[in-house]
Design a protein around this ligand. Structure first.
Ligand code: UDP
Ligand code: GAL
Ligand code: MN
Length: 316
C-alpha cells in the first residue's frame, strides 16, 4: 500500500514538474524572443535574402494580413503600365479582369495603357479607386522595337505626368494573367523579378549580353541573378533612373549598330548588376505558363500566357 502511494506521488510529481518546466520554457521563449524568431515564417528550401540583404519574396516569408494593415495607413497609389500594340490587344481583357481580382486589392491602382488601337480596349469594370488611362502611341513593325521602346515611354510618363500622381510604379507585360495575390509585399525602392527559367540554374547559363561592344555587356562569371523585363518596379525616382539609363544605353547601342541579345532585358540586367534591387520577387511573381510544373514555386501569382509568337508578333 505504502509503495503504491509513493509511486503515485512520484508520477504526479514528474507530471507537474515536466508541465511546469514546459510552461516556463514556452513563456521564456515567447517573452524573450517573440514568435517572429521562433515562429513559422521563413523557408528552408529557397534563399529568402540576397547577399546584399535584399529580401526575396516567396510564399511563406511574409504575413499578408499584417503588411496590408501597415500599408493601409499610408494612402499610396501604384501606377501600373501596360503596352498592347498590334495583336497584343487580345490579352487586355484577361489581364485587367485578373488584375482586378488579385493585384493590390484594396489599394489605389492607376493603370496607364499604351496602345496603337484605343478602340480595341475592352470595357472592364474596375473596382473602387482603380483607374485606367489609355494613351495612343504609333504602331511599330518590329516587336523588338515595341518591347525596347517601352523604356523611353516610361521615362517620359514618369517625368511628365506621374510626379504627384503615384508613389510606386510597376511595368508589366500584357501577355500575362494573375492567378494569386500580388500585393504590398512587392513594394520597395527598386524591385526586380527573378526570371522563371533561371532561378535554379548556375550563372553560366544566364543569358546576359556577353559582347563587349554592347552597353549591356556583363563579363563572363559576373552577375547576381537573371531578372525578367516582363515585370519590374519601385519608387518613381528609382524607376525613372532605371528607364532613363536603359534608354540611353540602347541609344548608344543603336548608334553602334548593335542590339543586345535580349533587348531591353539585357540592359535591365546590366542596370540591376550595378544598381542592386532593394527587393527581389521570386518566380511566383512571373511564372512561365500556368500549366507548367513549379518546383519550389508553391503559388503561381502571375504568369505569362501561352502564345504563338509567329501569329501575334508583327515580325519574326
Ligand atoms: N508588345 C506589344 N505588341 C507586340 C509585341 C510586344 O504590345 O506586337 C508588348 C507587350 O506589352 C508585350 C511586351 O511588348 O507583353 C513584350 O513582348 P513579348 O511579350 O512578345 O516578349 P516575350 O515576353 O515573349 O519575350
Ligand atoms: C525567354 C523569354 C524571353 C527572354 C529569354 C531570356 O524564356 O521568352 O523574353 O526573357 O527567356 O533568355
Ligand atoms: Mn511577354
Amino acid at each position: 500500500m505504502r509503495l503504491r502511494q509513493s509511486v503515485h506521488f512520484f508520477l504526479l510529481g514528474m507530471f507537474v514538474g515536466l508541465s511546469l518546466s514546459g510552461l516556463i520554457y514556452w513563456g521564456f521563449n515567447s517573452i524573450w524572443y517573440g514568435n517572429h524568431l521562433t515562429g513559422h515564417l521563413g523557408r528552408t528550401d529557397v534563399a529568402s535574402v540576397s547577399p546584399w540583404l535584399a529580401p526575396i519574396v516567396w510564399e511563406g516569408t511574409f504575413d499578408a494580413t499584417l503588411i496590408d494593415s501597415l500599408c493601409k495607413q499610408q494612402n499610396i497609389t501604384i501606377a501600373t503600365t501596360l503596352f498592347a500594340l498590334g495583336k497584343y490587344t487580345r490579352f487586355l481583357k484577361d489581364f485587367l479582369e485578373s488584375a482586378e481580382e488579385h493585384y493590390f486589392v484594396g489599394f489605389r491602382v492607376h493603370y496607364y495603357l499604351f496602345t496603337d488601337q484605343p478602340e480595341e480596349v475592352p470595357n472592364v469594370k474596375l473596382g473602387q479607386e482603380r483607374y485606367l488611362t489609355v494613351k495612343k502611341v504609333p504602331s511599330l513593325n518590329r516587336w523588338q522595337d515595341i518591347s525596347m521602346g517601352r523604356m523611353e515611354i516610361l521615362e517620359k510618363l514618369i517625368e511628365n505626368e506621374l510626379a504627384n500622381e503615384a508613389d510606386y510604379i510597376f511595368c508589366l507585360d500584357v501577355d500575362t494573367k494573375f492567378y494569386g495575390r500580388w500585393g504590398v509585399e512587392t513594394l520597395g525602392r527598386l524591385v526586380g523579378v527573378i526570371h522563371p527559367w533561371f532561378f535554379n540554374v548556375p550563372r553560366f547559363i544566364f543569358t546576359y549580353e556577353h559582347r563587349r561592344k554592347s552597353q549591356a555587356y556583363i563579363p563572363a562569371g559576373e552577375g547576381d541573378y537573371y531578372y525578367t523585363a516582363a515585370a519590374f518596379g519601385g519608387s518613381l525616382k528609382d524607376v525613372y533612373k532605371l528607364t532613363k539609363t536603359c534608354r540611353e544605353q540602347m541609344n548608344i547601342d543603336a548608334a553602334n549598330s548593335i542590339e543586345a541579345i535580349w533587348h531591353e532585358e539585357s540592359h535591365l540586367n546590366k542596370y540591376f548588376f550595378y544598381n542592386k534591387p532593394s527587393k527581389l520577387l521570386s518566380p511566383e511573381y512571373l511564372w512561365r505558363d500556368i500549366s507548367m510544373s513549379a518546383g519550389q514555386v508553391k503559388i503561381i501569382r502571375f504568369s505569362h500566357v501561352a502564345k504563338n509568337n509567329a501569329e501575334v508578333r508583327p515580325n519574326l
